[in-house]
Write a protein that binds this ligand. Sequence first.
Ligand code: M6R
Length: 610
Amino acid sequence: MCGIVGYIGHQKAVPVLLEGLQRLEYRGYDSAGVAILQDGKIRVEKTVGKLEALKETLEGKDLDTYVGIGHTRWATHGAPSTANAHPHMDCTGKFVIVHNGIIENYLALREELQHLGHEFKSETDTEILAHLIEQYDDGDLESTVKKALKRVDGSFALGVLDREEPNRLIAVRKDSPLVIGIGQGENFIASDIPAILKYTKKAYILNDYEMAIVTKDHVEIKTLDGEQIENKEVFEVKWDAAAAEKGGYEHFMLKEIHEQPKAIKDTLSGRLDLDNGQVVLDEVKLPVEQIKNIKKVFITACGTAYHAGLMGKYMIEDLVRVPVEVDIASEFRYRNPIIDNETLIIVVSQSGETADTLAAMREAKQKGARVVAVTNVVGSSVAREADDVIYTWAGPEIAVASTKAYTTQLIAMYLLSLYFAQVRETLSKQEIKGYLEALNQLPEQAEAALKQDEDILQLVKAYAKSENAFFLGRSLDAAVAMEGALKLKEISYIHAEAYAAGELKHGTLALITEGIPVITLATQQDVYDKTISNIKEVTARGADVIAVAFDTDTQIQKSVNHVLTIPLTEKYFTPVLSVIPLQMLAYYMAIERGCDVDKPRNLAKSVTVE
Ligand code: M6R
Protein backbone atom coordinates (compact mmCIF):
# COMPACT_ATOMS: atom_id res chain seq x y z
CA MET A 1 0.00 0.00 0.00
CA CYS A 2 1.35 3.36 -0.94
CA GLY A 3 2.18 5.98 1.67
CA ILE A 4 1.44 9.68 1.30
CA VAL A 5 2.82 12.63 3.23
CA GLY A 6 2.45 16.34 2.70
CA TYR A 7 3.73 19.37 4.59
CA ILE A 8 3.14 23.12 4.64
CA GLY A 9 4.52 25.24 7.46
CA HIS A 10 7.51 26.91 9.10
CA GLN A 11 9.95 23.99 8.99
CA LYS A 12 12.05 22.90 6.05
CA ALA A 13 9.73 20.54 4.22
CA VAL A 14 12.09 17.86 2.94
CA PRO A 15 13.28 16.46 6.31
CA VAL A 16 9.65 16.42 7.52
CA LEU A 17 8.58 14.53 4.39
CA LEU A 18 11.41 12.01 4.73
CA GLU A 19 10.65 11.42 8.41
CA GLY A 20 6.99 10.86 7.51
CA LEU A 21 7.85 8.45 4.70
CA GLN A 22 10.13 6.51 7.01
CA ARG A 23 7.23 6.11 9.45
CA LEU A 24 5.13 4.70 6.62
CA GLU A 25 7.73 2.12 5.56
CA TYR A 26 5.76 -0.63 7.33
CA ARG A 27 3.12 -0.34 4.59
CA GLY A 28 5.60 -1.83 2.13
CA TYR A 29 7.04 0.00 -0.88
CA ASP A 30 9.35 -0.40 -3.81
CA SER A 31 10.11 3.22 -4.72
CA ALA A 32 9.85 6.66 -3.17
CA GLY A 33 9.81 10.30 -4.11
CA VAL A 34 9.18 13.88 -3.05
CA ALA A 35 7.99 17.02 -4.83
CA ILE A 36 8.61 20.53 -3.54
CA LEU A 37 7.64 24.01 -4.59
CA GLN A 38 10.76 26.11 -4.96
CA ASP A 39 11.23 29.48 -6.66
CA GLY A 40 7.92 29.22 -8.48
CA LYS A 41 8.73 25.79 -9.86
CA ILE A 42 7.87 22.23 -8.96
CA ARG A 43 10.85 20.02 -8.36
CA VAL A 44 10.46 16.24 -8.25
CA GLU A 45 13.05 13.75 -6.99
CA LYS A 46 12.34 10.02 -7.01
CA THR A 47 14.11 6.68 -6.98
CA VAL A 48 13.48 2.94 -7.03
CA GLY A 49 14.30 1.07 -3.85
CA LYS A 50 14.51 2.07 -0.23
CA LEU A 51 14.33 5.54 1.28
CA GLU A 52 18.10 5.47 1.72
CA ALA A 53 18.37 5.62 -2.08
CA LEU A 54 16.10 8.67 -2.17
CA LYS A 55 18.11 10.31 0.61
CA GLU A 56 21.31 9.74 -1.37
CA THR A 57 19.72 11.38 -4.43
CA LEU A 58 18.74 14.40 -2.35
CA GLU A 59 22.10 14.77 -0.64
CA GLY A 60 23.92 18.03 -1.27
CA LYS A 61 21.05 19.55 -3.25
CA ASP A 62 19.54 22.93 -2.43
CA LEU A 63 16.09 21.93 -1.22
CA ASP A 64 15.14 24.95 0.86
CA THR A 65 11.36 25.08 0.85
CA TYR A 66 8.45 24.96 3.25
CA VAL A 67 5.90 23.06 1.23
CA GLY A 68 6.01 19.63 -0.38
CA ILE A 69 4.51 16.19 -0.84
CA GLY A 70 6.10 12.75 -0.64
CA HIS A 71 5.21 9.19 -1.46
CA THR A 72 6.26 5.60 -1.00
CA ARG A 73 4.90 3.45 -3.85
CA TRP A 74 3.82 -0.14 -3.61
CA ALA A 75 3.44 -0.98 -7.28
CA THR A 76 0.00 -1.70 -8.70
CA HIS A 77 -0.29 -0.42 -12.27
CA GLY A 78 3.19 -0.60 -13.77
CA ALA A 79 6.33 -2.28 -12.46
CA PRO A 80 8.54 -0.68 -9.81
CA SER A 81 10.64 1.90 -11.69
CA THR A 82 11.74 5.50 -11.34
CA ALA A 83 9.31 6.59 -14.05
CA ASN A 84 6.40 4.90 -12.27
CA ALA A 85 7.37 6.24 -8.83
CA HIS A 86 5.33 9.18 -7.50
CA PRO A 87 4.98 12.18 -7.46
CA HIS A 88 3.59 12.60 -10.98
CA MET A 89 3.24 15.83 -12.93
CA ASP A 90 1.02 17.05 -15.74
CA CYS A 91 2.44 18.03 -19.15
CA THR A 92 3.01 21.70 -18.24
CA GLY A 93 4.71 21.18 -14.88
CA LYS A 94 2.00 23.23 -13.13
CA PHE A 95 0.55 20.40 -11.01
CA VAL A 96 2.08 17.58 -9.05
CA ILE A 97 0.28 14.79 -7.22
CA VAL A 98 0.78 11.78 -4.97
CA HIS A 99 -1.87 9.07 -4.90
CA ASN A 100 -2.83 5.94 -3.03
CA GLY A 101 -5.59 3.75 -4.51
CA ILE A 102 -6.57 2.42 -7.90
CA ILE A 103 -8.18 4.33 -10.76
CA GLU A 104 -10.39 1.68 -12.32
CA ASN A 105 -11.29 3.51 -15.53
CA TYR A 106 -7.71 4.60 -16.18
CA LEU A 107 -7.39 2.91 -19.57
CA ALA A 108 -10.36 4.75 -21.04
CA LEU A 109 -9.21 8.04 -19.48
CA ARG A 110 -5.66 7.56 -20.70
CA GLU A 111 -6.85 7.04 -24.27
CA GLU A 112 -9.09 10.08 -24.06
CA LEU A 113 -6.33 12.27 -22.67
CA GLN A 114 -3.77 11.02 -25.19
CA HIS A 115 -6.24 11.89 -27.90
CA LEU A 116 -6.36 15.42 -26.48
CA GLY A 117 -2.57 15.62 -26.77
CA HIS A 118 -1.42 14.72 -23.24
CA GLU A 119 1.88 12.91 -23.06
CA PHE A 120 2.40 10.22 -20.46
CA LYS A 121 5.73 9.43 -18.88
CA SER A 122 4.72 6.40 -16.80
CA GLU A 123 2.52 3.31 -16.96
CA THR A 124 0.65 4.24 -13.79
CA ASP A 125 -3.04 4.87 -13.29
CA THR A 126 -2.02 7.82 -11.06
CA GLU A 127 -0.52 9.90 -13.84
CA ILE A 128 -4.00 10.08 -15.40
CA LEU A 129 -5.06 12.22 -12.45
CA ALA A 130 -2.28 14.78 -13.03
CA HIS A 131 -3.32 15.14 -16.68
CA LEU A 132 -7.02 15.24 -15.83
CA ILE A 133 -6.33 18.09 -13.40
CA GLU A 134 -4.43 19.90 -16.14
CA GLN A 135 -7.30 19.29 -18.54
CA TYR A 136 -9.88 20.79 -16.17
CA ASP A 137 -7.66 23.67 -14.96
CA ASP A 138 -9.86 26.72 -14.33
CA GLY A 139 -7.30 28.73 -12.39
CA ASP A 140 -8.55 27.59 -8.97
CA LEU A 141 -6.95 24.43 -7.63
CA GLU A 142 -9.87 23.50 -5.42
CA SER A 143 -12.52 23.58 -8.12
CA THR A 144 -10.15 22.10 -10.71
CA VAL A 145 -9.49 19.02 -8.58
CA LYS A 146 -13.21 18.58 -7.91
CA LYS A 147 -14.00 18.69 -11.62
CA ALA A 148 -11.25 16.22 -12.46
CA LEU A 149 -12.35 13.75 -9.79
CA LYS A 150 -15.88 13.64 -11.21
CA ARG A 151 -14.37 11.67 -14.10
CA VAL A 152 -12.74 9.05 -11.96
CA ASP A 153 -13.96 5.59 -10.88
CA GLY A 154 -12.03 3.79 -8.19
CA SER A 155 -10.29 4.63 -4.96
CA PHE A 156 -8.01 7.51 -4.12
CA ALA A 157 -6.22 9.37 -1.39
CA LEU A 158 -4.63 12.30 -3.09
CA GLY A 159 -2.23 15.12 -2.31
CA VAL A 160 -2.03 17.90 -4.92
CA LEU A 161 0.20 20.97 -5.33
CA ASP A 162 -0.14 23.79 -7.85
CA ARG A 163 2.99 25.88 -8.55
CA GLU A 164 0.78 28.94 -8.93
CA GLU A 165 -0.82 28.47 -5.51
CA PRO A 166 2.22 27.88 -3.30
CA ASN A 167 0.36 28.62 -0.09
CA ARG A 168 -2.05 25.74 -0.15
CA LEU A 169 -2.08 22.03 -0.49
CA ILE A 170 -5.14 19.95 -1.38
CA ALA A 171 -5.92 16.54 0.10
CA VAL A 172 -8.91 14.43 -0.85
CA ARG A 173 -10.05 10.85 -0.31
CA LYS A 174 -12.38 8.09 -1.42
CA ASP A 175 -11.87 4.52 -0.16
CA SER A 176 -8.19 5.06 0.72
CA PRO A 177 -7.12 6.43 4.10
CA LEU A 178 -5.94 9.99 4.62
CA VAL A 179 -5.42 12.07 7.75
CA ILE A 180 -4.68 15.75 8.22
CA GLY A 181 -2.21 16.48 11.03
CA ILE A 182 -2.95 19.73 12.86
CA GLY A 183 0.10 21.67 14.02
CA GLN A 184 1.01 25.21 15.16
CA GLY A 185 1.86 27.27 12.12
CA GLU A 186 2.19 24.06 10.16
CA ASN A 187 -0.10 21.32 8.92
CA PHE A 188 0.39 17.87 7.46
CA ILE A 189 -1.31 15.29 5.30
CA ALA A 190 -0.56 11.57 5.61
CA SER A 191 -1.88 8.12 4.79
CA ASP A 192 -1.59 7.16 8.41
CA ILE A 193 -0.99 8.62 11.85
CA PRO A 194 2.64 7.44 12.38
CA ALA A 195 3.83 9.83 9.68
CA ILE A 196 2.81 12.88 11.73
CA LEU A 197 3.30 11.66 15.30
CA LYS A 198 6.68 13.31 15.76
CA TYR A 199 5.04 16.71 15.20
CA THR A 200 1.48 16.49 16.43
CA LYS A 201 -1.01 14.18 18.13
CA LYS A 202 -4.03 15.98 16.70
CA ALA A 203 -5.58 15.06 13.41
CA TYR A 204 -8.68 15.12 11.28
CA ILE A 205 -9.56 11.75 9.78
CA LEU A 206 -10.91 12.47 6.31
CA ASN A 207 -14.05 10.59 5.28
CA ASP A 208 -14.89 9.50 1.76
CA TYR A 209 -15.57 12.38 -0.65
CA GLU A 210 -14.03 14.91 1.73
CA MET A 211 -11.45 17.42 0.63
CA ALA A 212 -9.06 19.34 2.88
CA ILE A 213 -7.67 22.69 1.77
CA VAL A 214 -4.55 23.00 3.86
CA THR A 215 -2.50 26.14 4.45
CA LYS A 216 0.16 26.60 7.11
CA ASP A 217 -2.28 28.21 9.55
CA HIS A 218 -5.59 26.68 8.59
CA VAL A 219 -7.39 23.51 7.51
CA GLU A 220 -10.71 23.82 5.76
CA ILE A 221 -12.73 20.68 5.08
CA LYS A 222 -15.47 20.43 2.47
CA THR A 223 -17.32 17.68 0.70
CA LEU A 224 -16.59 17.16 -2.97
CA ASP A 225 -19.98 18.81 -3.57
CA GLY A 226 -18.64 21.97 -1.98
CA GLU A 227 -20.48 21.75 1.33
CA GLN A 228 -18.44 23.19 4.22
CA ILE A 229 -17.87 20.74 7.08
CA GLU A 230 -18.05 22.68 10.31
CA ASN A 231 -16.85 21.33 13.67
CA LYS A 232 -15.10 18.29 12.27
CA GLU A 233 -14.06 16.14 15.19
CA VAL A 234 -10.38 16.37 16.13
CA PHE A 235 -8.87 12.94 16.67
CA GLU A 236 -6.45 12.86 19.62
CA VAL A 237 -3.82 10.19 19.10
CA LYS A 238 -3.17 8.14 22.23
CA TRP A 239 -0.82 5.49 20.79
CA ASP A 240 2.91 5.59 20.51
CA ALA A 241 4.56 5.42 17.08
CA ALA A 242 5.07 1.62 17.05
CA ALA A 243 1.44 0.90 17.92
CA ALA A 244 0.30 3.43 15.35
CA GLU A 245 2.07 1.58 12.53
CA LYS A 246 -0.10 -1.37 13.32
CA GLY A 247 -3.18 0.83 13.29
CA GLY A 248 -3.61 0.30 17.02
CA TYR A 249 -3.45 -3.50 16.71
CA GLU A 250 -0.91 -5.37 18.77
CA HIS A 251 0.46 -7.31 15.83
CA PHE A 252 0.51 -7.06 12.05
CA MET A 253 -1.17 -10.45 11.86
CA LEU A 254 -4.20 -9.23 13.80
CA LYS A 255 -4.31 -6.07 11.70
CA GLU A 256 -4.16 -8.13 8.51
CA ILE A 257 -6.87 -10.50 9.75
CA HIS A 258 -9.08 -7.45 10.28
CA GLU A 259 -8.17 -5.99 6.89
CA GLN A 260 -9.76 -8.95 5.13
CA PRO A 261 -13.19 -7.43 4.41
CA LYS A 262 -11.49 -4.50 2.67
CA ALA A 263 -8.94 -6.73 0.92
CA ILE A 264 -11.70 -9.01 -0.40
CA LYS A 265 -13.60 -5.96 -1.62
CA ASP A 266 -10.49 -4.73 -3.42
CA THR A 267 -9.94 -8.10 -5.10
CA LEU A 268 -13.52 -8.06 -6.34
CA SER A 269 -13.42 -4.41 -7.32
CA GLY A 270 -14.14 -3.82 -11.00
CA ARG A 271 -14.40 -7.55 -11.70
CA LEU A 272 -18.10 -8.18 -11.05
CA ASP A 273 -20.56 -7.00 -13.67
CA LEU A 274 -23.67 -7.70 -11.65
CA ASP A 275 -26.07 -6.16 -14.15
CA ASN A 276 -24.99 -8.43 -16.96
CA GLY A 277 -24.08 -11.44 -14.84
CA GLN A 278 -20.47 -11.41 -16.08
CA VAL A 279 -17.03 -11.73 -14.59
CA VAL A 280 -14.72 -9.03 -15.94
CA LEU A 281 -11.13 -10.27 -16.11
CA ASP A 282 -9.66 -7.97 -18.74
CA GLU A 283 -6.15 -8.76 -17.53
CA VAL A 284 -6.47 -12.36 -18.75
CA LYS A 285 -5.41 -12.08 -22.38
CA LEU A 286 -5.60 -15.83 -22.99
CA PRO A 287 -7.67 -16.00 -26.21
CA VAL A 288 -11.19 -17.38 -25.94
CA GLU A 289 -10.34 -20.17 -28.41
CA GLN A 290 -7.46 -21.29 -26.22
CA ILE A 291 -9.62 -21.23 -23.10
CA LYS A 292 -12.10 -23.44 -24.93
CA ASN A 293 -9.29 -25.84 -25.85
CA ILE A 294 -7.80 -26.29 -22.39
CA LYS A 295 -7.68 -30.02 -21.73
CA LYS A 296 -5.94 -30.02 -18.39
CA VAL A 297 -5.16 -27.58 -15.58
CA PHE A 298 -2.33 -27.80 -13.06
CA ILE A 299 -2.35 -25.53 -10.05
CA THR A 300 0.97 -25.21 -8.28
CA ALA A 301 2.00 -23.26 -5.19
CA CYS A 302 3.47 -23.60 -1.68
CA GLY A 303 2.07 -23.45 1.84
CA THR A 304 -0.99 -21.27 2.25
CA ALA A 305 -1.05 -20.47 -1.46
CA TYR A 306 -1.22 -24.21 -2.16
CA HIS A 307 -4.24 -24.44 0.14
CA ALA A 308 -5.89 -21.67 -1.86
CA GLY A 309 -5.05 -23.61 -5.02
CA LEU A 310 -6.92 -26.65 -3.71
CA MET A 311 -10.16 -24.68 -3.91
CA GLY A 312 -9.52 -24.04 -7.58
CA LYS A 313 -9.62 -27.77 -8.23
CA TYR A 314 -13.06 -28.18 -6.66
CA MET A 315 -14.49 -25.25 -8.51
CA ILE A 316 -12.93 -25.70 -11.96
CA GLU A 317 -13.67 -29.44 -12.09
CA ASP A 318 -17.25 -28.99 -10.93
CA LEU A 319 -18.18 -25.84 -12.84
CA VAL A 320 -15.92 -25.91 -15.89
CA ARG A 321 -15.60 -29.70 -16.26
CA VAL A 322 -11.86 -29.69 -16.94
CA PRO A 323 -9.58 -32.05 -14.98
CA VAL A 324 -7.35 -30.27 -12.48
CA GLU A 325 -4.32 -31.41 -10.51
CA VAL A 326 -2.98 -29.39 -7.60
CA ASP A 327 0.71 -29.78 -6.90
CA ILE A 328 3.04 -28.59 -4.20
CA ALA A 329 5.49 -26.53 -6.24
CA SER A 330 8.58 -28.15 -4.71
CA GLU A 331 7.38 -31.55 -5.97
CA PHE A 332 5.88 -30.57 -9.30
CA ARG A 333 8.93 -30.51 -11.51
CA TYR A 334 10.50 -33.64 -10.06
CA ARG A 335 7.71 -35.90 -11.26
CA ASN A 336 7.88 -35.12 -14.96
CA PRO A 337 4.26 -33.96 -15.32
CA ILE A 338 2.53 -34.44 -18.68
CA ILE A 339 2.19 -30.97 -20.14
CA ASP A 340 1.54 -29.63 -23.62
CA ASN A 341 0.13 -26.50 -25.21
CA GLU A 342 -3.41 -27.47 -24.27
CA THR A 343 -2.38 -27.46 -20.61
CA LEU A 344 -2.92 -24.42 -18.41
CA ILE A 345 -0.78 -23.82 -15.34
CA ILE A 346 -2.10 -21.62 -12.57
CA VAL A 347 0.59 -20.52 -10.12
CA VAL A 348 -0.42 -18.93 -6.85
CA SER A 349 2.05 -16.87 -4.83
CA GLN A 350 1.51 -13.91 -2.53
CA SER A 351 5.07 -12.64 -2.89
CA GLY A 352 5.60 -13.81 -6.45
CA GLU A 353 9.17 -14.66 -5.42
CA THR A 354 8.91 -18.14 -3.87
CA ALA A 355 11.78 -20.12 -5.42
CA ASP A 356 9.89 -23.43 -5.68
CA THR A 357 6.87 -21.80 -7.30
CA LEU A 358 9.05 -19.92 -9.77
CA ALA A 359 10.94 -23.08 -10.68
CA ALA A 360 7.68 -25.00 -11.22
CA MET A 361 6.36 -22.22 -13.40
CA ARG A 362 9.50 -22.08 -15.53
CA GLU A 363 9.43 -25.85 -16.00
CA ALA A 364 5.81 -25.74 -17.14
CA LYS A 365 6.45 -22.87 -19.54
CA GLN A 366 9.38 -24.67 -21.01
CA LYS A 367 7.13 -27.63 -21.70
CA GLY A 368 4.76 -25.39 -23.63
CA ALA A 369 2.05 -24.60 -21.08
CA ARG A 370 0.34 -21.24 -20.83
CA VAL A 371 0.74 -19.72 -17.34
CA VAL A 372 -1.78 -17.66 -15.39
CA ALA A 373 -0.38 -16.24 -12.14
CA VAL A 374 -2.35 -15.22 -9.07
CA THR A 375 -0.13 -12.91 -7.07
CA ASN A 376 -0.21 -9.92 -4.77
CA VAL A 377 3.02 -8.21 -5.74
CA VAL A 378 3.17 -6.20 -8.93
CA GLY A 379 6.45 -6.53 -10.75
CA SER A 380 7.39 -9.71 -8.84
CA SER A 381 9.22 -12.45 -10.74
CA VAL A 382 6.06 -14.55 -11.05
CA ALA A 383 4.12 -11.56 -12.38
CA ARG A 384 6.83 -10.73 -14.91
CA GLU A 385 7.23 -14.24 -16.24
CA ALA A 386 3.61 -15.40 -16.37
CA ASP A 387 1.54 -15.00 -19.54
CA ASP A 388 -1.38 -13.55 -17.61
CA VAL A 389 -1.56 -12.12 -14.10
CA ILE A 390 -4.51 -11.78 -11.76
CA TYR A 391 -3.52 -9.45 -8.94
CA THR A 392 -5.14 -9.96 -5.57
CA TRP A 393 -4.78 -6.30 -4.51
CA ALA A 394 -4.57 -7.30 -0.85
CA GLY A 395 -1.97 -4.67 0.00
CA PRO A 396 1.36 -5.65 1.59
CA GLU A 397 1.20 -8.58 3.97
CA ILE A 398 3.85 -8.15 6.65
CA ALA A 399 3.13 -10.91 9.19
CA VAL A 400 4.81 -14.19 8.25
CA ALA A 401 1.52 -16.04 8.67
CA SER A 402 -0.60 -15.44 5.60
CA THR A 403 -4.17 -14.33 6.26
CA LYS A 404 -5.49 -11.73 3.85
CA ALA A 405 -3.28 -13.19 1.12
CA TYR A 406 -5.13 -16.51 1.47
CA THR A 407 -8.67 -15.11 1.38
CA THR A 408 -7.88 -12.89 -1.58
CA GLN A 409 -6.21 -15.79 -3.41
CA LEU A 410 -9.44 -17.71 -2.91
CA ILE A 411 -11.39 -14.82 -4.43
CA ALA A 412 -9.03 -14.78 -7.42
CA MET A 413 -9.52 -18.55 -7.87
CA TYR A 414 -13.30 -18.09 -7.78
CA LEU A 415 -13.18 -15.29 -10.34
CA LEU A 416 -10.96 -17.30 -12.67
CA SER A 417 -13.15 -20.41 -12.38
CA LEU A 418 -16.31 -18.43 -13.09
CA TYR A 419 -14.60 -16.66 -15.98
CA PHE A 420 -13.71 -20.01 -17.56
CA ALA A 421 -17.28 -21.25 -16.99
CA GLN A 422 -18.53 -18.09 -18.69
CA VAL A 423 -16.24 -18.50 -21.72
CA ARG A 424 -16.87 -22.23 -22.08
CA GLU A 425 -20.58 -21.74 -21.38
CA THR A 426 -20.69 -24.48 -18.77
CA LEU A 427 -22.82 -22.19 -16.58
CA SER A 428 -25.79 -20.10 -17.64
CA LYS A 429 -25.77 -16.30 -17.28
CA GLN A 430 -28.32 -16.67 -14.51
CA GLU A 431 -26.15 -19.13 -12.61
CA ILE A 432 -23.10 -16.86 -12.94
CA LYS A 433 -25.15 -13.91 -11.77
CA GLY A 434 -26.15 -15.87 -8.66
CA TYR A 435 -22.50 -16.59 -7.86
CA LEU A 436 -21.49 -12.97 -8.43
CA GLU A 437 -24.20 -11.74 -6.11
CA ALA A 438 -22.97 -14.12 -3.43
CA LEU A 439 -19.38 -12.96 -3.97
CA ASN A 440 -20.48 -9.38 -3.59
CA GLN A 441 -21.81 -10.16 -0.09
CA LEU A 442 -18.51 -11.58 1.13
CA PRO A 443 -16.82 -8.39 2.42
CA GLU A 444 -19.76 -7.70 4.74
CA GLN A 445 -20.00 -11.34 5.77
CA ALA A 446 -16.26 -11.44 6.52
CA GLU A 447 -16.82 -8.46 8.81
CA ALA A 448 -19.45 -10.48 10.69
CA ALA A 449 -17.17 -13.56 10.90
CA LEU A 450 -14.55 -11.41 12.65
CA LYS A 451 -16.82 -10.64 15.57
CA GLN A 452 -16.14 -13.63 17.81
CA ASP A 453 -13.15 -12.65 19.87
CA GLU A 454 -14.93 -13.42 23.14
CA ASP A 455 -15.81 -17.01 22.18
CA ILE A 456 -12.34 -17.61 20.80
CA LEU A 457 -10.65 -16.26 23.93
CA GLN A 458 -12.63 -18.74 26.01
CA LEU A 459 -11.46 -21.59 23.82
CA VAL A 460 -7.91 -20.35 24.13
CA LYS A 461 -8.13 -20.47 27.92
CA ALA A 462 -9.38 -24.04 27.73
CA TYR A 463 -6.91 -25.42 25.17
CA ALA A 464 -3.74 -23.30 25.20
CA LYS A 465 -1.84 -26.02 27.05
CA SER A 466 -2.68 -28.71 24.48
CA GLU A 467 0.33 -29.94 22.56
CA ASN A 468 -1.71 -31.58 19.79
CA ALA A 469 -4.80 -30.66 17.81
CA PHE A 470 -6.66 -32.06 14.82
CA PHE A 471 -8.55 -30.25 12.08
CA LEU A 472 -11.24 -32.17 10.20
CA GLY A 473 -13.56 -31.47 7.32
CA ARG A 474 -14.98 -32.99 4.18
CA SER A 475 -14.91 -31.64 0.63
CA LEU A 476 -13.91 -27.95 0.63
CA ASP A 477 -13.85 -28.02 4.42
CA ALA A 478 -10.95 -30.51 4.24
CA ALA A 479 -8.86 -27.90 2.39
CA VAL A 480 -9.76 -25.20 4.93
CA ALA A 481 -8.80 -27.65 7.69
CA MET A 482 -5.30 -27.80 6.15
CA GLU A 483 -4.99 -24.03 6.28
CA GLY A 484 -6.32 -23.91 9.86
CA ALA A 485 -3.77 -26.50 10.98
CA LEU A 486 -0.92 -24.68 9.25
CA LYS A 487 -1.84 -21.40 10.95
CA LEU A 488 -1.92 -23.03 14.39
CA LYS A 489 1.37 -24.83 13.86
CA GLU A 490 3.38 -21.96 12.47
CA ILE A 491 2.58 -19.36 15.10
CA SER A 492 1.56 -21.23 18.28
CA TYR A 493 3.87 -24.26 17.80
CA ILE A 494 1.05 -26.63 18.73
CA HIS A 495 1.35 -29.79 16.68
CA ALA A 496 -1.72 -29.82 14.43
CA GLU A 497 -2.81 -32.20 11.71
CA ALA A 498 -5.56 -31.81 9.15
CA TYR A 499 -7.54 -34.72 7.83
CA ALA A 500 -10.33 -35.29 5.39
CA ALA A 501 -12.80 -36.36 8.07
CA GLY A 502 -13.60 -39.70 6.42
CA GLU A 503 -9.93 -40.68 6.39
CA LEU A 504 -9.40 -40.50 10.14
CA LYS A 505 -10.64 -44.01 10.82
CA HIS A 506 -7.96 -45.41 8.52
CA GLY A 507 -5.23 -44.89 11.09
CA THR A 508 -5.17 -41.53 12.82
CA LEU A 509 -8.16 -42.25 15.03
CA ALA A 510 -5.62 -44.10 17.22
CA LEU A 511 -4.24 -40.70 18.25
CA ILE A 512 -7.55 -39.37 19.55
CA THR A 513 -7.43 -39.29 23.32
CA GLU A 514 -9.36 -37.72 26.18
CA GLY A 515 -9.65 -33.91 25.93
CA ILE A 516 -7.76 -33.48 22.66
CA PRO A 517 -9.15 -30.50 20.68
CA VAL A 518 -10.57 -31.48 17.30
CA ILE A 519 -11.59 -28.49 15.22
CA THR A 520 -14.19 -29.65 12.71
CA LEU A 521 -15.56 -27.64 9.82
CA ALA A 522 -19.17 -28.51 9.09
CA THR A 523 -20.25 -26.12 6.35
CA GLN A 524 -20.61 -28.42 3.35
CA GLN A 525 -24.25 -29.41 3.26
CA ASP A 526 -23.92 -32.33 0.82
CA VAL A 527 -21.64 -34.15 3.31
CA TYR A 528 -23.05 -32.67 6.51
CA ASP A 529 -24.51 -35.90 7.93
CA LYS A 530 -21.29 -37.74 7.22
CA THR A 531 -19.32 -35.00 8.99
CA ILE A 532 -21.59 -35.39 12.02
CA SER A 533 -20.81 -39.13 11.99
CA ASN A 534 -17.10 -38.31 12.01
CA ILE A 535 -17.66 -35.93 14.91
CA LYS A 536 -19.34 -38.80 16.81
CA GLU A 537 -16.34 -41.05 16.09
CA VAL A 538 -13.98 -38.64 17.85
CA THR A 539 -16.27 -37.57 20.69
CA ALA A 540 -16.83 -41.26 21.50
CA ARG A 541 -13.06 -41.45 22.07
CA GLY A 542 -13.00 -38.46 24.41
CA ALA A 543 -12.12 -35.61 22.01
CA ASP A 544 -13.45 -32.08 22.56
CA VAL A 545 -14.94 -30.88 19.30
CA ILE A 546 -14.95 -27.21 18.28
CA ALA A 547 -17.15 -26.87 15.21
CA VAL A 548 -17.16 -24.12 12.60
CA ALA A 549 -20.67 -23.98 11.16
CA PHE A 550 -23.19 -21.61 9.61
CA ASP A 551 -25.01 -19.34 12.04
CA THR A 552 -28.23 -20.84 10.65
CA ASP A 553 -27.23 -24.34 11.82
CA THR A 554 -29.40 -25.13 14.85
CA GLN A 555 -28.37 -28.79 15.10
CA ILE A 556 -24.63 -28.71 15.43
CA GLN A 557 -24.41 -27.82 19.13
CA LYS A 558 -26.07 -31.13 20.00
CA SER A 559 -23.01 -32.99 18.73
CA VAL A 560 -20.05 -30.79 19.74
CA ASN A 561 -18.52 -28.99 22.72
CA HIS A 562 -18.16 -25.50 21.18
CA VAL A 563 -19.38 -23.76 18.04
CA LEU A 564 -17.86 -20.87 16.07
CA THR A 565 -20.18 -19.48 13.43
CA ILE A 566 -20.00 -17.85 10.01
CA PRO A 567 -22.74 -16.30 7.85
CA LEU A 568 -24.45 -18.48 5.27
CA THR A 569 -23.02 -18.28 1.75
CA GLU A 570 -22.62 -20.37 -1.43
CA LYS A 571 -20.86 -23.70 -0.92
CA TYR A 572 -17.71 -22.60 -2.80
CA PHE A 573 -17.34 -19.35 -0.93
CA THR A 574 -17.51 -20.73 2.62
CA PRO A 575 -13.69 -21.10 2.90
CA VAL A 576 -13.28 -17.31 2.76
CA LEU A 577 -15.43 -17.06 5.88
CA SER A 578 -14.66 -20.30 7.72
CA VAL A 579 -10.92 -19.66 7.75
CA ILE A 580 -11.41 -16.41 9.68
CA PRO A 581 -12.23 -17.98 13.09
CA LEU A 582 -9.35 -20.43 12.52
CA GLN A 583 -6.92 -17.57 11.90
CA MET A 584 -8.14 -15.87 15.07
CA LEU A 585 -7.91 -19.07 17.07
CA ALA A 586 -4.29 -19.53 15.97
CA TYR A 587 -3.50 -15.89 16.73
CA TYR A 588 -4.91 -15.86 20.25
CA MET A 589 -3.42 -19.29 21.04
CA ALA A 590 -0.01 -17.99 20.05
CA ILE A 591 -0.44 -14.89 22.22
CA GLU A 592 -1.53 -17.01 25.19
CA ARG A 593 1.52 -19.23 24.72
CA GLY A 594 3.85 -16.22 24.55
CA CYS A 595 4.93 -16.76 20.95
CA ASP A 596 6.30 -14.07 18.60
CA VAL A 597 3.26 -13.93 16.35
CA ASP A 598 4.55 -11.78 13.52
CA LYS A 599 7.94 -13.50 13.33
CA PRO A 600 7.55 -17.18 14.19
CA ARG A 601 10.73 -19.13 14.82
CA ASN A 602 12.62 -20.58 11.84
CA LEU A 603 10.29 -19.02 9.26
CA ALA A 604 10.70 -16.30 6.63
CA LYS A 605 7.98 -14.33 4.91
CA SER A 606 9.23 -15.15 1.47
CA VAL A 607 11.15 -18.36 0.79
CA THR A 608 13.50 -17.53 -2.04
CA VAL A 609 15.67 -20.66 -1.77
CA GLU A 610 14.79 -24.19 -2.82
O1 M6R B 1 4.66 -15.83 -1.24
P1 M6R B 1 4.03 -17.18 -1.44
O2 M6R B 1 2.54 -17.12 -1.46
O3 M6R B 1 4.57 -17.90 -2.64
O4 M6R B 1 4.46 -18.00 -0.17
C1 M6R B 1 4.14 -19.35 -0.06
C2 M6R B 1 4.32 -19.85 1.35
O5 M6R B 1 5.65 -19.71 1.75
C3 M6R B 1 3.42 -19.11 2.33
O6 M6R B 1 2.09 -19.20 1.95
C4 M6R B 1 3.55 -19.70 3.75
O7 M6R B 1 3.07 -20.99 3.78
C5 M6R B 1 2.80 -18.80 4.73
N1 M6R B 1 3.70 -17.99 5.46
C6 M6R B 1 1.96 -19.54 5.69
O8 M6R B 1 1.24 -18.70 6.51
